[in-house]
Design a protein around this ligand. Sequence first.
Ligand SMILES: Nc1nc2c(ncn2[C@@H]2O[C@H](COP(=O)(O)OP(=O)(O)O)[C@@H](O)[C@H]2O)c(=O)[nH]1
Ligand SMILES: [Mg+2]
Length: 228
Amino acid sequence: MSHANTTIIIPTLNEAQNITELLDTIKRNYAEARVIVADDGSTDGTKEKVTAIGRKNKNIELLDRSKEKTHGLTASVIDAVKISDSAFVAVIDGDLQHPPEKIKEITKKLEEGNDIAIGTREKVEGNWPLQRRIMSKTATILAQLKLRRMIKDPMSGFFGARTSLFRKVLAENEVEFEKKGYKVLFELLKYAPDAKIAEVRYTFRERSGGKSKIGKKQVIAMARSLIK
Ligand SMILES: Nc1nc2c(ncn2[C@@H]2O[C@H](COP(=O)(O)OP(=O)(O)O)[C@@H](O)[C@H]2O)c(=O)[nH]1
Ligand SMILES: [Mg+2]
């Protein structure tokens, strides 16, 4: 299957230890997909690595957001969606916690007529701290209540969507998005109540290298998004 109909979006902040391996896997599996690495001002060499890889691969590009006023995973994904011109977008973390080999299942669900395909965390590998597990579970339940839909993992960071739907939601509701937050999928779901949704199960792996960037700012953004 060709993936020329898909733009793979990777938000990054200091993922130099992971980005080369991730892009290698994506290149091998999805040679025809466009790949946008939306970087928020990494200082560890991530940008330079992506630029170098991009020079040799015309489908891979860096979206350098270092000079933007607002930084954040959500803001980065939004900017990448705005410059995507393929039928579908797929969003995947840059730290190898999401399995790139599952992107094809996500695009398949979209090709079958779904509007949004969610990578649903079935199992979490390794030692995710208890605090993170509790926070994640609570957020999931609150999100399900808010959406009034039984979506297993509405807070997932791994998902695909029909680009036209995503762009329409942004055109009408972008100001409501918590730009500094992590939960861009949840916000998309909030403003697309009639979307046809499919789920693709996967195992959330341990971060390959580097550190998680989740902190107070992201938790506050999530809380705001849940009560809005
Ligand atoms: N562009 C951008 N990417 C970010 C930001 N914060 C985190 N990321 C990236 O988003 C992905 C998920 O972040 P991570 O810290 O691993 O979150 P966790 O898996 O929930 O702990 C990784 O690829 C990060 O590099 C940000 O502020 N801007
Ligand atoms: Mg991570």
